[in-house]
Write a protein that binds this ligand. Structure first.
Ligand code: ATP
Length: 247
């Protein structure tokens, strides 16, 4: 992808779904945002406002919308990790990573070995997903996403339904991976503290139909992001955006 330093821009004029009764339900309306290269952007907003729908459009999984997506999304190498780890159950961890790699990638065994070692799964390469804990499966999904060496990485609530200690370890791991392999990230989360802990900037959406109501730079240096400073930053966001940001 062209490393020209410009931000990737997106404008989704309108996206609707049909309700079971056949009515048109607008889900996104006039959503405009940009993704600065190699920045970690979190997308937050009320439940059901259209965050996953936005991600699906950017990933090219849904083209039934009106708007303009930067052409570079179409030529960039994309990777994603979702709420469900989405590993193929009949393939081993090693094979799951291998299947995601570009066909022309050389040195695959080394790439796979390194990616899984980076997330602490070097002993579990030949296990099947059913033999992993949820936390281990999430690690494997992150390893797979980074192994692809993407230009843009999309994350949709990758740590939801984990116990807090495991989620916290994986957040640390994600930042470590991203620091070593800087990539443009767009991560959807419900959890404003998680967004403040991880992001360079937070894009805040309205209730459905979603549009952007604000962009917040997280100015806390990463080494100063403690439970207290993150909590205070998140509380200030909730104070400024009542009804949209809840702690
Ligand atoms: N395939 C679909 N058909 C009809 N309606 C849909 C479909 N997918 C999503 N919706 C509706 O569109 C709205 C936005 O859904 P979406 O999953 O994008 O929201 P979200 O912000 O990611 O939600 P959450 O925070 O709860 O994960 C919701 O009201 C949802 O019920």
């Amino acid at each position: 992808m062209a490393g020209d330093g410009a931000a990737l821009r997106v404008r989704i004029e309108e996206k609707s779904y049909a309700s079971p009764g056949g009515e048109t339900v607008p889900v996104i309306s006039g959503l405009e945002m940009s993704l600065p290269p190699r920045a970690f952007t979190c997308l937050i907003g009320p439940s059901g406002c259209g965050k996953t729908t936005t991600l699906r459009i950017l990933l090219g999984l849904d083209d039934e919308f009106e708007g303009k997506i930067d052409d570079r999304f179409r030529t960039a190498r994309l990777a994603a990790a979702f709420q469900e780890p989405r590993l193929l159950p009949w393939r081993t961890v090693r094979q799951n990573v291998d299947l995601a790699l570009p066909r022309d990638m050389t040195d695959r065994e080394a790439v796979i070995g390194r990616a899984l070692a980076d997330v602490g799964l070097e002993e579990l390469l030949d296990r099947y997903p059913g033999q992993l804990s949820l936390g281990q499966a999430r690690r494997a999904a992150l390893a797979r996403a980074f192994a692809v060496r993407p230009d843009i990485l999309f994350l949709d609530e990758p740590f939801v339904s984990l116990d807090e200690a495991t989620a916290q370890r994986l957040r640390g791991l994600l930042i470590e991976l991203w620091t070593h392999h800087p990539v443009t990230v767009l991560m959807v989360t419900h959890n404003v503290r998680e967004a403040v802990q991880l992001a360079d900037r937070i894009v805040l959406l309205t209730h459905r139909p979603a549009r952007v109501v604000g962009e917040v730079a997280v100015t806390l240096p990463r080494e100063a992001r403690t439970q207290e400073t993150v909590g205070a930053f998140a509380a200030e966001l909730a104070r400024r955006h009542p009804g949209l940001v809840t702690l």
